[in-house]
Ligand binder design. Structure first.
Ligand SMILES: *Cc1c(COP(=O)(O)O)cnc(C)c1O
Length: 382
């Protein structure tokens, strides 16, 4: 089956009671046994639930993995995976990863002796240089947030194979429709389903996808042991959302491409960050490892000519909000919003300034979005 067909059908319609076309929600904490030692595959919802299982099967199929676990948030998915590592283990990751992942490593897992190096993962040589005798894993996130840097997944997994390291890839920004890290040798894929997979800004959730029996057993154990599994109702909503993932991603990309081109030629904009633009420094790599360029566009306003605060305060159609991946366009200032928890120096080093704009392009008509940007830029012109 092709991707669009799998998105609609995989895992769905597993209930035969009434031939319901849609997977039912099983909002139950527990399942009765028919007799001692005999149940119908489920006993307690923390350990397993049919609605969650349907979504897990769907996402595993879309990523090309063998098994998946549905968690209550993206952070819960990451937490469940990080328990594969032990005290004294060392992990290598990017210096521009999602802030919540950085905080999870620095403020939570470091307490249990998990060591971490943060490097420029756009340079595979930097990854190799950071390897120590106790290195056990590499955590990849690509494209990065908010500047859309691209990591060469195949180059990194090749280094990992040489040194016998586990590779994990956060695939939230593109979704499996536009990027499938297993095809480049990654071991484990994590998602915040809050974003594109659900796509309607009405759920927080996560997923872990694996492709080896060993990781399946371990991740499954930790999801149950830690209690990180998602609710049946949330799983049902994400399953509803995921059916239109291909069509939504195409629309997000179409809008993002139009906005990126518009801003690229704009006198009030200094730089545009979008891997679909030919002048993006890793445009060719993006073409090679991604099936599309996604729906996130960032840019740097020329703050000599435009006041960014006035600009952000004057968008009308776009919502001034964090998060991403929903059908409605969201715009935000990383400096004071998504990346405010980073020390000022780290933000500047990463290339984030008060003039940096991040847009999660929704599925509205691109002309309406461009008109909104134009009127806000006009108001903010100095
Ligand atoms: C949002 C996000 C997360 C965290 O997911 P939650 O659902 O908010 O817990 C992790 N990684 C990336 C890239 C994200 O955008």
């Amino acid at each position: 089956m092709r991707f669009e067909t799998k998105a609609v059908h995989e895992g769905v319609a597993i209930d035969s009671s009434y031939n319901s076309v849609i997977t039912p929600i099983y909002p139950t904490s527990t399942f009765a046994f028919d007799e001692i030692g005999k149940n119908r595959g489920y006993d307690y919802t923390r350990s397993g639930n049919p609605t969650r299982a349907a979504l897990a099967r769907n996402i595993a199929a879309l990523e090309g993995g063998t098994d998946a676990w549905i968690t209550c948030t993206g952070m819960a998915a990451e937490t469940s995976v990080l328990f594969l590592f032990k005290q004294g283990d060392h992990l290598i990751t990017g210096n521009d990863i999602y802030g919540g992942t950085y905080r999870l490593l620095i403020s939570a897992f470091s307490q249990f002796g998990l060591e971490c190096s943060f490097v420029d993962m756009q340079e595979p040589a930097q990854v190799e240089k950071a390897i120590r005798p106790n290195t056990k894993g590499i955590w990849i996130e690509t494209p990065s947030n908010p500047l859309l840097n691209i990591v060469d997944i195949a180059a990194v997994t090749e280094i990992a194979r040489k040194h016998n390291l586990i590779t994990i890839c956060d695939n939230t920004f593109l979704s499996p429709y536009f990027q499938r890290p297993f095809e480049f040798g990654v071991d484990i894929v994590v998602h915040s389903t809050t974003k594109y997979l659900n796509g309607h800004s009405d759920v927080v959730g996560g997923a872990v996808v694996v492709r080896s029996p060993e990781h399946a057993e371990k991740v499954g154990f930790y999801v149950n042991c830690l209690g990180t599994a998602g609710s049946p109702f949330d799983a049902w909503l994400v399953l509803r959302g995921v059916k239109t993932l291909p069509q939504r991603m195409e629309a997000h990309q179409k809008g993002a491409m139009a906005i990126a081109h518009h801003l690229h030629a704009h006198p009030l904009v200094k730089q545009v960050y979008y891997p679909g633009l030919k002048n993006h420094p890793r445009h060719e790599l993006a073409q090679r490892q991604m099936y599309g360029f996604g729906g996130m566009v960032s840019c740097e306003l020329d703050t000599d000519k435009v006041d960014p605060v006035v600009f952000f305060n004057h968008v009308k159609l776009m919502s001034l909000a964090e998060s991403l991946g929903g059908v409605e366009t969201l715009i935000e200032q990383p400096w004071t919003m998504s990346h405010a928890s980073m020390p000022e120096e780290a933000r500047i080093t990463a290339g984030i300034t008060p003039g940096t704009v991040r847009i999660s392009v929704g599925i509205e008509h691109p002309d309406d979005l461009i008109a909104d940007l134009e009127q806000a830029l006009e108001q903010a012109r100095l």
